[in-house]
Design a protein around this ligand. Sequence first.
Ligand SMILES: Nc1ncnc2c1ncn2[C@@H]1O[C@H](COP(=O)(O)OP(=O)(O)OP(=O)(O)O)[C@@H](O)[C@H]1O
Length: 272
Amino acid sequence: MMVSVKDLSLSIDGSPIIEDISFAVENKEIIGIVGPNGSGKSTLLKTIYKTLRPDKGTILMDHQDISTLSEKETAKKMAVLKQESTIDFDFTVREMVAMGRAPHKKTFENYSRADYMIVDEMIEKVGMKAFSNRSFTTLSGGEKQRVLFARSLTQKPELLILDEPTNHLDIKYQIEVMEIISELDISILSAIHDLNIASSYCDKIILLHQGTIKSFGSPEQVLQEHVIRDIFQVENKVSNNPFTGSIHIYFLGLGSKSKRKTPAAFAEGALL
Ligand SMILES: Nc1ncnc2c1ncn2[C@@H]1O[C@H](COP(=O)(O)OP(=O)(O)OP(=O)(O)O)[C@@H](O)[C@H]1O
């Protein structure tokens, strides 16, 4: 799935929230959206998954304008894992995940054995098999997140949009989510807070700041020390992770504003 976003702008109550955003997601690419709190990551994603309507601009999925697609047509192509879920109905985990098959069914068509094979496969993939019959509302935040992830995988989308997918997750499941999406072979667009997770798993990174794209390119191109210092206002050193080969950012406090002592290794240039 190719996605082309062109000149996207959205204001809320007269304040511009995202402005003139243009970029393309190539087929099967993983694109991470990073940026400080309030930089517009969720708003950009909500505009792409049609919860918000842009004031201006177009979004094409494989050359088709998404504003012309019905909800069902969109859901056949695009799955969304949102940051927060407000689901209070008493569904079991398996029922919840099975909802991911809905866009592929006709009204009143029953789920087939093949549908449930996908459902169970995805529940197992996210490590929730033992919870299949548990009520969704009784789960912890991280467990809910994994179930909703399984539901979006069950949808078998060509484009998966994730709004901070690793929110609530412990380190094992943070890595697991990223490993699973790396193996999906579909296009992925994901807001990510952790810059090192973004650099390890994304083909390209969009850096948002105050609603505009500051930089778009490979992790090496985007995540440069002076850029991280300017945009996130954190002292840092960028180096190579000798074990994975991807770049790694060491965070060194807030510079002159920091209450922490300057690490000796930094002062002596040992990390360079
Ligand atoms: N409905 C709204 N009314 C007014 N302002 C809004 C509304 N929705 C979002 N904003 C503002 O738009 C800006 C961008 O918000 P958004 O949630 O897209 O940022 P974000 O980059 O996802 O932030 P975070 O990293 O904190 O999740 C913020 O300043 C936010 O307060």
